[in-house]
Design a protein around this ligand. Sequence first.
Ligand code: AMP
Length: 414
Amino acid sequence: MSSYKSPLLVLVVNCGSSSVKYSLLPVGGGAPIASGAAECLGLPEARLSIKLNGVKIVEDLKGGAHEAALSAIFAHLQTEGFLRYIAAVGHRVVQGGERFSESVVVTPEVLADLEKLTPLAPLLHPANMLGIRLCMKSFPMAPQVVVFDTAFHQTLPPAAYTYAIPRALQREHGLRRYGFHGTSHRYVSGKAARMLGLDPDNHGLVIAHLGNGSSATAVLNGRSIDTTMGLTPLEGLVMGTRSGDIDFGAAAYIARVAGLDMAGVDDMLNKKSGLLGISELSSDCRTLENAADEGHEGALLALDVFVHRLARCIGGLATSLPRFDALVFTGGIGENSGRIRAATLRRLEVFGFTLDDEANREMVGGRGGRIDADFGPAALVVPTDEESVIARDAAALAHLSDLDVFAAQRRAAV
Ligand code: AMP
């Protein structure tokens, strides 16, 4: 056991359908003290990887699912002496529907409202709920705070969130566009506006969050007003394994020619399409860039389609803004791929974007800053930090003040 003496900590938990990710952050900010991920849950290869003091530990979960993963995580936190300092738990929840436009503390009423949202995200939501319930059981004294992927987009106007289908479906089943990656878009847009010294009440940004999942959002004065993802995270940009926008007629055609039912088509468009489907090689952008350098035809086409769709969506989002001050890249691809950024800015010349090649090469591996050549709209890289936003929301809603931290430090020092 380590002799850890800490101020208060927030545990951030992200329960996916077959994974659990966590990180432990100090209240008041700072780098994670511990983090890890359990993957392949429910399968024979289920395992937990933990990063602690720069050392990686991998534990076989012996086919266990979420409960086994969280028990193993809590056991590690206990061994390291962290458990008693956890003052709040922040949960990433994918879907908050129209009910939740900001983060909330879990109460019996909130829990009941959350349960009602399962039909909108039938795969992920039950896993999110399980994570909340298991943490409530293990940390009965710590407030549980829920931070929604959709909440930041609740400011979308009806014109941007309404599908052109019979309105009864929206009234009766909540069928509308919600948008996702809201925690990242919120953090990155705030940080970009501060980095550029923009007037908080008069600026317009497009944020391109590009990772395994990708979405772009138009942000006006800190509020999301248009975004590329819809009812589910399938809509919009080309992603690692997701198709993004596709003609529904094409989906119906796939069902006929491939002999698939709705669930089969859904699975194909979510898990076998995107960069993977086009390249017939990989869903991973870095792998595709290396293959493209070797002349791999599928990789070259996949990257071209990715950039084409991205530029087209950014152009569309720009028309929702009264002014376009900056395009901001974030996410694993946005933060690291100079190639994708350069190709995208070239496609957006119509807006007056320019590129500083050297700055573009330098902005990798967590470095943020401008990559434009100082005229036209700004283009910049801002590394995202969803965990710190979740931790901050959790600490604020749990009313953990500097005084609590100070008192905890004093107790730990005795
Ligand atoms: P994320 O889902 O945000 O973790 O992003 C994962 C994506 O970022 C994968 O497609 C990675 O290949 C991509 N990525 C990470 N580093 C690089 C890099 N140096 N160059 C290109 N793509 C990268």
